[in-house]
Design a protein around this ligand. Sequence first.
Ligand SMILES: Cc1cc2nc3c(=O)[nH]c(=O)nc-3n(C[C@H](O)[C@H](O)[C@H](O)COP(=O)(O)OP(=O)(O)OC[C@H]3O[C@@H](n4cnc5c(N)ncnc54)[C@H](O)[C@@H]3O)c2cc1C
Length: 507
Amino acid sequence: MSMTLEAYKELEAVVGERNISNKPWVLAGNRARTPEYPFEYHSPDAIILPGCTEEVQEIVRICNRHRICFVVTVSGASVDAYANRGDTVLIDLRRMNRIVEINEEDRYAVIEPGVRHVQLYPELRKKGFTYVTAAVGPGGSVLANYTSTSGDNHNQHGASRANRYLLGVEMVTPEGEILRTGSLQTGSGWFCPDGPGPGLRGLIKGFFGSHGQMGIITRAAIALNPCKGPREIRTEGHSPHQHIYLDSECSKVRVFNYKSLDDVREAMLRIGEAEIGSTVMKFFYLTLAVMMTDSANEFHKLWPRIRRELPMPLVVHLATESPEEMAYEEGILNDIVEETGGVRIAPDLENWWNEHMDFFMVVSVLQRTLRLGGGWMPIKLGADSVSHIVEVGKSISEFIYDYTDTGKIFDAPENFQIVPMEYGHFAHIELLFMYDRTDPNSGKNVAEFRKTSRYTDLKHHYHAETLGCLNETTELLGPLYCNYHLWMRALKNAFDPENLANPILKE
Ligand SMILES: Cc1cc2nc3c(=O)[nH]c(=O)nc-3n(C[C@H](O)[C@H](O)[C@H](O)COP(=O)(O)OP(=O)(O)OC[C@H]3O[C@@H](n4cnc5c(N)ncnc54)[C@H](O)[C@@H]3O)c2cc1C
């Protein structure tokens, strides 16, 4: 540890002895919560838990005075929520966990960073509202997802990504100034993200979020959607054997298998054109087999069947306001599926979705992907038109067999999802792969696989990976996105001249 005692004492004076630590075992426990990723992890010099915006501001000012880097963490499901070099303090925002306001008239909620999906979602659903929820699971920070990380989600076909729903924001800049954006700066409340004057939403969040490199967001307002489908949720059993039902004529899940990606594209575009459906997605088949089973042994029993019967599943959730609307949407869906060559899957497999409706709400079942105990990683994560993204999906077969056929990664070459958004005006892709973390070569193989995927995108000029913070990926792919890397660097220099806020890129 290289933080001086003087700096530590100054930080301690801000939050009190109970809310800061430099004990080696506490720091070691906050080094990484995703150790299967073959990255380099560092211990922070201290971990500090502020309780309000003013304390965050003081901490940032002290860090600036002593030239200490700072990284924010909440649930730490993201690899960028940890120290990436020495001389770093981890700012854990879990104490700032208040739902400040739920405005039912103007349909927004004001939250602090420590508010988790499991806290906000039930509160809002009771009042007839919902919001787009990342698949990170119940413990993820809502604010982190809306302001600082990606924001893609499984309901974005009938809704959108989190960036579209961000309203007023309060943040502490990397130099320790408190900034309030949108309608908030004129004292008119939280309802509007921009103006008067230049909008700062692009700078704070953009499309993907900057992982805390442009400052620390201490409160944010997010816009809410009306909740379609029933408000009552019926549950049975306990995790990991929980069943969650939405008993209603206004909620139905249908799953179809397709033989070609071109047909999937056609179905997605036509469902979007008809503006029906809450969720539409070509889902990952390997991930699905993990989600459907309660143990690794069960997974290995089911996987051959899923691979055979469901290589290209299209999952559709219809959620409507009335049974009549449901009959209308179902009729259109059936026609489109018939005309595009989809085949409804076996009832026992389709029923799994009806028994796990948490997938469409707080997405708790997706956490099971972590259960196999090996290594896993999502790549690509970009977005463009449905047709462009389907071409990206097709290009995966150009390089993946070198890795699946040789055992470098798990043999599931079609394990990618494509999720359209805003009724097919855009689509997102995620390629999720698993590997044996006990293999001494896994780090090398994973790095090589990621690189090959990126160079394939560069070769085809594909927008398959979205850029957010300043890191190696941004440097490599920036030229594909109007020199994003140069603009991001200039903004970062203006906001954070000492490069203290989560400086991921090794210069
Ligand atoms: C199984 C799994 C599934 C996931 N699925 C999705 C998904 O569907 N969609 C999606 O978008 N993401 C997904 N993620 C990625 C990521 O975990 C989420 O985006 C998540 O919402 C981030 O919340 P968190 O509490 O984990 O944040 P953390 O991991 O604690 O932080 C995330 C990043 O944001 C920064 N940060 C956090 N809070 C602030 C703040 N207040 N101010 C400034 N910077 C801040 C951190 O420094 C870090 O770089 C998934 C992750 C896992 C493990």
